[in-house]
Design a protein around this ligand. Structure first.
Ligand code: 9G3
Length: 571
């Protein structure tokens, strides 16, 4: 294709609202344009990349027995009411009413739709396993769409759903999808890391997120430096501390009250008493289904609310507001587990089974208690894994050291179980004619997010560096002056020969200064550039520049095509 014809309006300046490289570069290189917050137009160069990612996805899924279908974007409210999710997602769901006053949503995901389809059409074990997928726009009214395609309100997702007879069947489908995802992201030239994640509201029992490791990633992950354990920090498990509860407290000083005027936060108390935050206990009061629960973590640790939800067996809880403490006797900033003003359930993070003595709130304004020994001066109703994992913690699998990284979630795989098949009555008759619930899994890939993540992982100060398998074009031929007949003849010849070999070639035929053409080629990120200039013509060579390494080599004209082919390889 001729550069003068490509609709890729490039920008010299970086638009100020773009904060991360992929967003900045896709705007500057003419890949996307914004229509509204979180809603974008994909321009031709972006569509070429999306199509390559989608082709890789289709090949890997079809090779594992998945069949593509296309589900409606407009979804009737009834199905979501049957699964009880119509009121769960609130503002995030785009809702609309048709001319007859019937309620619909724009599909944020398709569990309901696909399960209703299978419930209606599958009734025998002979039809299972069934794996269906689509590549389709999704709609989620994000409160703060940002980072371009990373967090949009309309985005392209590949969503796949597996339907099996039983858990063993689901385990097999899950394994196949996990394997497919590894292949897909490898073939896209992306380094991803699957991490254990928290199933959240979707339900089900197991889930992994495929993360592209990038400093701009929104997800915080920890991974073990010794084994292959990795997890989203929301989910990362921690073991009880070694030697928990062994320390004898016989000769430790008794609890004493200490005046800590207006010291409400852990930092203020630790600073005032001149001790590390690790020797204090953070006391949090939660309202859980109408009753107070006291949650204790070490002062320097962070409570992980996903783990609290898992321990409590519900996610409907919230931190008690100050005004809801009025009249209860609890004093904000001076809360503690000793002599609370009312009988209260106390749960504590594992870490408090060791260490100490600690400082805790005295349940009295401006006072704390010191020398508190867990087990002697108070005990919790339960000790659990409640704190947020951090780099430096011990791996829950091998006790190796955990390291931290940021990740971009480009895919996720879920074991759903029967949550949706139960709600929508998707059953099959087994060999003995007994009705059984279908066991489901669901598997998503953010296609636009994968393109953006590829840029986050592959760019430099001059622009994008596309991995060859998903590059919009493989080679760009840049004559210094296409108006020069000799350069034009050579450029056209190379273009024809490389195209004949199956490469996708751009030819920059524009009457622009060479510097402008080179900069555009670097910005757009075409993996290989062939420069044709007067010196080259004279001395019989062309120059091949590799975008990623910036290496430049001169190739004699007569062997240009074959040499270039040996360097680029097959596509
Ligand atoms: C909603 C809204 C937002 C949502 C959901 C539902 C996330 C919702 C989770 C999933 C799970 C999997 C199939 C492909 C892979 C991911 N945000 N999720 O269910 F109504 Cl507004 O989408 N779905």
């Amino acid at each position: 294709m001729l550069m003068s014809q490509v609709f890729a309006p490039t920008l010299r300046e970086t638009p100020k609202e773009a904060e991360i490289p992929s967003h900045q570069l896709m705007l500057r290189a003419g890949f996307i344009r914004k229509n509204a917050g979180g809603i974008y137009t994909y321009l031709p160069l972006a569509v070429r990349v999306l199509q390559k990612i989608e082709r890789i996805i289709r090949e890997e899924l079809e090779a594992r027995g998945c069949q593509e279908l296309l589900l409606p974007i407009i979804q009737p409210a009834e199905l979501w009411q049957q699964t009880g999710r119509w009121d769960v997602y609130g503002e995030e769901m785009f809702r609309l009413t048709d001319r007859h006053g019937r309620q619909f949503c724009l599909g944020p995901t398709h569990e309901e739709i696909i399960t209703a389809l299978v419930a209606a059409e599958v009734n025998s074990y002979r039809q299972l396993p069934l794996r269906l997928y689509q590549i389709q726009n999704k709609y989620r009214d994000e409160i703060r769409p940002r980072f371009g395609l990373m967090r949009g309100r309309e985005f392209i997702m590949k969503d796949c759903y597996s339907f099996d007879r039983d858990q063993a069947g689901l385990d097999e489908s899950y394994r196949l999808m996990y394997e497919a995802y590894t292949a897909i992201f490898n073939r896209c030239g992306l380094t991803t890391r699957p991490v254990e994640a928290d199933p959240g509201a979707i339900g089900g029992n197991a889930t992994h997120e495929f993360m592209v490791i990038a400093d701009t990633g929104e997800a915080a992950i920890v991974y073990c430096t010794e084994c292959d354990y990795a997890a989203n920090v929301e989910k990362a498990e921690l073991l009880p501390p070694a030697g928990a509860g062994e320390s004898s407290s016989v000769d430790l000083p008794v609890v004493e009250e200490v005046y800590t005027p207006d010291c409400k936060t852990i930092k203020e108390v630790a600073d005032y008493l001149q001790l590390p935050e690790s020797e204090t206990i953070k006391t949090l009061l939660y309202e859980v289904e109408g009753e107070f629960v006291m949650v204790l973590v070490r002062g320097d640790h962070t409570l992980n609310e996903y783990k609290l939800a898992a321990h409590l067996g519900t996610s409907t809880f919230r931190l008690a507001e100050d005004d809801s403490l009025v009249g209860t006797g609890f004093v904000t900033g001076f809360l503690g587990p000793i002599n609370p003003p009312a009988k209260i359930r106390v749960i504590a993070d594992y870490a408090l089974q060791a260490g100490g003595p600690y400082v805790v709130g005295a349940n009295k304004a401006d006072y704390h208690l010191r020398n508190v020994v867990v087990g002697r001066d108070f005990t919790a109703d339960a000790f659990a894994d409640l704190r947020q994992a951090e780099p430096g913690d011990s791996c829950p699998r091998c006790r190796g050291r955990l390291a931290g990284a940021r990740g971009i979630e480009v895919g996720q795989v879920f074991k759903l179980g029967t949550k949706y098949s139960k709600a929508l009555n998707a059953t099959y008759l087994d060999e003995n004619g007994v009705a059984r619930e279908i066991v489901m899994g669901c598997y998503g890939i953010g296609v636009g997010r994968t393109m953006a993540a590829a840029i986050e992982q592959n760019h430099d100060e001059d622009g994008i560096i596309w991995p060859l398998p998903i590059a919009p074009f493989h080679v760009i031929i840049v004559p210094v002056a296409y108006t020069d007949p000799a350069q034009k003849e050579l450029a056209d010849k190379l273009y024809a020969e490389l195209t004949e070999l199956g490469y996708e070639v751009l030819l920059d035929d524009r009457d622009e200064r060479p510097g402008v053409k080179f900069k555009d080629a670097d910005l757009i990120g075409i993996p290989y550039r062939i420069t044709i200039g007067p010196k080259g013509i004279q001395n019989g060579f062309v120059e091949l520049v590799t975008r990623r390494t910036r290496s430049k080599i001169e190739i004699p004209l007569e062997e240009a095509t074959s040499k270039i082919r040996s360097i680029i390889g097959s596509v």
